[in-house]
Design a binder for this molecule. Structure first.
Ligand code: GLA
Length: 729
């Protein structure tokens, strides 16, 4: 049984194939967190908690005479503000007009088959009968009719446990919530390291591994989106954990807005992690009879190292989070005109690119920014979703039809969440933009943010989506957003708590995404936020792939892809071959290296195909043919990080291994050149040890390739690449 409950001792134990998770109600009715780690059956782990009188750690109601009992040092399942716990909390709330204070005690529980859902929010789902069970544990405030239901979705075979909390006000007075985290996780020891993924625009998800501070370490975004700067996915692992060995916990928040993940080492060297919505400006009023649901968080534990963790998370997302029908389909190989033309194009130019694309064998042309309104640069026109027929020289339908005749399908770029002040939309609806009345707004890319918390804005955008989707046979949409939120003020309703607007914005965004998913289920939706500024598991629920970074330099992409691969399926990483010198950093790399790097994800080209040399054209044809032929391997194969770009200065290597271990694509990109070079070798992973693999006519056993490895060729030029296929005999 995935969920095991001992009613007498009020112990709740959740099992997956690689982990056990336990909580227990104590004599005072508090819900303690007793264990999360390797599989264990039949143990009540509360014996590990050692009561002791700790100075300045007060006693909650009902325990005044027992000075060894304090919420300040007990491991808790969902810690709240106001009951004597001075560590980071999951929940801070109080009756309006009073001060925030709660004292939640156990009330009841319920187990159901299948997976709970969260209204308006992304959530993992059951893919087939019996693959998930739900546990609800209900807590109630000692004094008020405030209930908190903790939800657990146990995906036993997928090795994943999801969590979320729903706060319900059954009392008469309104409740003011200023912090509502999706989860807290307490560990009795601080024997762990934190792996997180930081960055900036054009440099996302850089890997960092560090010991948590005494005090609070924080990974967060106050930007209204998950952001380029930090990612809502972290790993806690043992100090000795490697790719292939050791304990690790993955924590992934299914949320695309601002978030906060905090890790606290407390006075007793215990560790607490909390994760949820950014509470910097958060204030949500839960009226009488109302509820508030937190976003979902996905937890995954394995004692088999980081590669195993990444595989489990990828598999679970692939089967139980990504909904699009495209998740099981090979993605079209595309050419996007952004880096080819920027805003400077017309219909003829696009058709010429499409002709060249057809010669190469590509599947799709994507028309990027600049096709609508008065939009010949990024200072105006945003919000005016009327086709600029003058610029195209024809209607969108005519353009799409010309492209179809050439043999390509047609995709388009949109950015519905934003508005330029120099636009018809802004001139007619200035109050639709989020600005603080009387203050000059903070502009970014010279645009403002539309107030997605407003029903009229959502209705307008749904109608806009429908209008555009009927303008032509559009088979792919790149949904972009190009600034962080700031001065988030909604003029919609004076009674609205302004502290609720950021979250309502995200709910509005999800509603639009849901509209896309429901009405245009066949369309391939690609997420984007100036590249990878909203690369999160919440988005994957709607978009099976995400433009990974505005940085298309193959060498910088090595690090970006490496970091991304820890928490996300590689099939969700969109990556393109672009021109050299690279537009972002001026680097020149071989054409083949750019393709080898871009084949780490959903592959395409983003350069003026008309300017390719004969040699490049031939290479592009071969690359396209190769990617299509081995599509299944790229799409469904297991991805192995073989050498880290953060540690190895000579090369970065990775491989894709087919599910049946019959085919292996090994890719190596050399990142340094030396005179009198040392011999470089690489060990492979995930092969069938007893089988024989053939590479360039030579035979090797799987065991030899994994235990001793292969000799790498000497690179012939800067950033040379070596990408080879090994096949089982
Ligand atoms: C963002 C995207 C780019 C491109 C531009 C267009 O930066 O990440 O790929 O679409 O917007 O303005």
């Amino acid at each position: 049984m995935a969920i095991n409950i001992d009613i007498e001792s009020k112990t709740f134990t959740l099992h997956t194939i690689k982990s056990t998770y336990q909580m227990k109600v104590d004599a005072h009715g508090n819900l303690l967190h007793t264990y999360y780690g390797p599989c264990n059956h039949g143990t009540d782990f509360s014996y590990l908690i050692a009561p002791a009188d700790r100075g300045f750690s007060g006693q909650p109601a009902g325990a005044a005479r027992d000075r060894t009992y304090s919420m300040d040092h007990y491991p808790l399942e969902y810690p709240v503000h106001g009951n004597g716990d001075y560590r980071i909390k999951a929940l801070k709330a109080g009756i309006v007009g009073s001060v925030p204070a709660l004292d939640l005690r156990y009330h009841s529980y319920q187990v159901t088959e299948g997976k709970y859902g969260l209204q308006g929010l992304p959530a993992m789902f059951a893919a087939q009968n019996g693959d998930v069970q739900t546990l609800q544990v209900v807590l109630k405030d000692l004094y008020e009719e405030i209930y908190v239901t903790l939800y657990y979705g146990v995906f036993e075979k997928k090795n994943v446990i999801t969590r979320a909390a729903v706060i319900e006000n059954r009392g008469k007075e309104a409740l003011c919530v200023t912090r509502a985290m999706s989860m807290a996780l307490d560990f009795l020891e601080n024997d762990k390291e934190l792996i997180h993924f930081y960055g900036k625009h054009q440099w996302e998800r850089q890997y960092e591994r560090t010991a948590p501070l005494h005090g609070i370490s924080e990974i967060s975004s106050t930007r209204g989106m998950s952001s380029h700067q930090h990612n809502p996915f972290v790993i806690l692992c043992g100090r000795n954990t490697t790719e292939d060995y050791g304990d690790c916990y993955g924590i992934s928040l299914l949320y695309s807005g601002g978030f906060r993940i905090q890790v606290e080492t407390d006075q007793l060297e215990q560790l607490r992690v909390v994760c949820g919505i950014d509470d910097d400006e958060f204030k949500w009023i839960v009226g009488s009879g109302e509820q508030f649901a937190t976003p979902e968080v996905v937890l995954c534990f394995t004692d088999r190292g980081l590669t195993d963790l990444s595989h489990d998370i990828s598999d679970a997302f692939q089967s139980n989070l990504i909904r699009s029908i495209w998740k099981d389909r090979q993605r079209p190989i595309l050419v996007n005109n952004w880096e080819a033309t920027y805003f400077d194009f017309n219909g003829e130019k696009l058709v010429n690119i499409a002709r060249q694309a057809a010669q190469i064998g590509l599947d799709m042309l994507v028309l990027d920014d600049g096709w609508f309104g008065k939009r010949n640069d990024d200072n105006s026109g945003m919000g005016d979703w009327q086709v600029n027929e003058k610029k195209l020289g024809c209607s969108l339908r005519e353009l799409a039809e010309r492209i179809e005749k050439i043999g390509l399908i047609f995709g388009i770029w949109v950015e519905f969440e934003m508005v330029s002040e120099d636009s018809e939309l802004y001139r007619s609806n200035p109050d639709w933009a989020m600005v603080i009345p009387g203050r000059d707004p903070v502009r970014s890319r010279n645009q403002l943010v539309l107030d997605l918390s407003r029903r009229d804005v959502i209705a307008h955008l749904k109608a806009t989506i429908d209008k555009i989707m009927h303008l032509a046979d559009i088979q792919y949409v790149k949904w972009d957003v190009n600034r962080s939120l700031e001065n988030v003020f909604s003029g919609y309703s004076p009674s609205l708590s302004q502290g609720a607007v950021r979250h309502k914005y995200v709910l509005g965004l999800y509603e639009l995404m849901e509209h896309m998913a429901e009405n245009y289920p066949d369309v391939l939706l690609e997420g984007c936020a100036g590249g990878g500024g909203r690369f999160d598991a919440g988005m994957l629920y709607y978009t099976p792939q995400i433009w990974c970074s505005d940085n298309t330099d193959a060498i910088e992409r090595l690090r970006i892809h490496y970091g991304t691969s820890f928490g996300y399926p590689m099939s969700s990483v969109a990556a393109h071959v672009s021109v050299c010198p690279n537009h972002q950093n001026g680097r020149t790399t071989p054409f083949q290296t750019r393709a080898v790097c871009a084949m780490q994800g959903a592959f395409g080209y983003e350069l003026d195909l008309e300017k390719l040399s004969e040699e490049e054209l031939a290479q592009a044809k071969a690359q396209t043919e190769f990617y299509r032929k081995h599509g299944e391997l790229f799409h469904k194969g297991r991805y192995y990080r073989l050498s880290s770009p953060f540690e190895n200065r000579d090369f970065t290597a990775w491989s894709y291994v087919s599910q049946d271990q019959a085919k292996v694509l090994l890719s190596v990109v050399f990142t340094d050149l030396n005179g009198n070079p040392k011999t470089l070798r690489i060990r492979l992973k995930g092969l069938d040890a007893g089988a024989v693999y053939v590479l360039e006519g030579k035979e090797y056993t799987g065991a030899a390739l994994m235990q001793a490895g292969l000799v790498l060729p000497v690179p012939k030029c800067d950033y040379d690449a070596w990408s080879v296929l090994l096949e089982k005999q």
